[in-house]
Design a protein around this ligand. Structure first.
Ligand code: SAH
Ligand code: SF4
Ligand code: F3S
Length: 437
């Protein structure tokens, strides 16, 4: 039996794509191994969002070059799509290069490799199909990803995604609901809907079914206790999404709404299609909700032309919104993107300085936000157990980690169950509590 090893870089879309690829390989009779030395086929599902991520795959390929004899190498995902056949020049031992828009063709591409072809590619972007497979092999037995929309139709000045994942393609609501029902029947209780921009979801078979309407339908699937979704683009984030969350507690009270910058002029240069004020309007909808909706965001510091004043506006925005968490990055110039040719690039050192200041400020805000939960009772889905501390690891609806002990120890594994936990302590990145049910 042929053995394969797969390593995944990048976002949840990539993690879920890998689950589909693993399912496809297992169905072809391959066996998964955890060590490259044992593998006949080595796959890297790659990310190219920042330069560092792209470099990782090339360093992996170089590390293994000496042991390449008899092995087949595959580069999948965003670096594959971006670099295409140039990957063969940089790493001649690679045999398969395939971008995510061509995964439908993976069985045929694998068959060609198995029959002795040395180099095969799947690089077409002009597809209107999505990659759906009943063979998906999910890693987590309780929380499942479902792709609802692939690709991206925006053109943010810094971003490679529109080039690496192609144009938007939505799945039909009926196939999404069918998958959710099957997952519920298999014991899954949490679903995470995925897309680069979930808000522009439209059912291709019924244009009146938008994202909010899909959310409402998924929340009604019997057996599903939690529904999350990511990522939302502020421009397409409508009030109807907040209304849906207000009405249905199955929809988790957490929204990830990437702002990128607090300065309207930087937002314009980034081609984000909204101003600081328009963004804050959406935040106001979220804050007015009777559910205590946690808000997280992505921020890029040091975009070309970002002045000290612009950066200060981002710092003020953090204070104003009081985010529950942020992902922050130094701007990384990327191939093919419009921002490459902009003047006034910010020096690396200055980007580093701004990132440190930003993260320091956010740490204080998170501690404050989390401290507000002390004394409150939260429902958690139990995800694991920490041997070192003797605590169970739970996740709240707000997507916060809540580590807890129980008053009746020795009752067997709680993993996968839902518990009520009283919060007793708060740190910037997690909460501590005690379960009493
Ligand atoms: N589709 C999502 C996520 C895109 S990638 C969205 O539009 O929000 C995730 C994050 O990576 C982005 O939100 C952005 O903050 C960051 N990112 C994207 N391109 C980048 C670049 N060239 N340099 C630094 N960070 C980048
Ligand atoms: Fe995901 Fe973006 Fe990286 Fe592609 S480039 S793997 S879409 S984070
Ligand atoms: Fe698209 Fe997001 Fe980029 S919406 S263009 S992927 S930042």
């Amino acid at each position: 039996m042929k053995k394969f090893y797969i390593e995944t870089f990048g976002c949840q879309m990539n993690v879920h794509d890998s689950e589909k690829v693993v399912g496809t390989l297992l169905a072809r009779g391959y066996e998964q191994v955890e060590d490259t030395a044992e593998a006949d086929l080595i796959l890297y599902n790659t990310c190219s969002i920042r330069d560092k991520a792209e470099q990782k795959v090339f360093s992996r390929l170089t590390e293994l070059k000496r042991h390449a004899k008899g092995k087949t190498f595959a580069v999948l995902g965003c670096v594959a799509q971006q670099e295409g056949e140039r990957i063969f020049d940089r790493a001649p031992h690679v045999n398969l290069v395939c971008g995510s828009a061509s995964y439908n063709q993976l069985p045929q591409l694998l068959a060609r490799l198995e029959s002795g072809e040395r180099r095969v590619t799947g690089l077409s972007l002009d597809t209107d199909e999505t990659f759906e497979t009943p063979l998906t092999r999910r890693d987590n037995p309780h929380r499942a990803y479902i792709t609802i929309i692939e690709g991206c139709n925006k053109s943010c000045a810094y971003c490679v995604v529109p080039f690496t994942r192609g144009p938007e393609r939505s799945r039909t609501a009926s196939s999404i609901l069918e998958e959710a029902q099957q997952l519920a029947a298999a014991g899954y209780t949490e679903i995470q809907l995925l897309g680069q921009n979930v808000n522009s979801y439209v059912d291709p078979s019924n244009p009146s079914c938008d994202f909010a309407s899909l959310l409402r339908q998924v929340a009604c699937v019997k057996g599903i206790r939690r529904v999350r979704f990511t990522t939302s683009h502020p421009r397409d984030f409508g009030k109807s999404i907040v209304d849906a969350i207000d009405e249905n507690p199955v929809l988790c009270n957490h929204v990830h709404l990437p702002v990128q910058s607090g300065s309207s002029s930087v937002l314009e240069a980034m081609r984000r299609l909204y101003t600081r004020e328009e963004y804050l309007k959406r935040i106001e909808w979220l804050k007015r909700s009777p559910r205590n909706i946690a808000i997280s965001t992505d921020i890029i510091v040091g975009f070309p032309g970002e002045s000290e004043k612009d950066f200060e506006q981002t710092l003020r925005l953090l204070e104003e919104v009081e985010y529950d968490s942020i992902f922050s990055f130094k701007y990384s110039p990327r191939p093919n993107t419009p921002a490459l040719s902009l003047d006034h690039q910010v020096p690396e050192e200055e980007k580093g300085r701004r990132l440190t200041i930003l993260q320091e400020k956010q740490r204080g805000i998170q501690l404050r936000r989390n401290s507000e939960l002390i004394g409150k009772v939260e429902e958690v889905l139990v995800e694991g157990f920490n041997q070192a501390t003797g605590q169970w690891i739970g996740r709240t609806s707000q997507n916060k980690t809540l580590n807890f002990t129980t008053t009746s120890p020795g009752e067997g594994s709680l993993i996968g169950s839902y518990r009520l936990v009283r919060v007793t302590r708060a740190g910037p990145n997690s909460l501590v509590g005690e379960s009493f049910n």
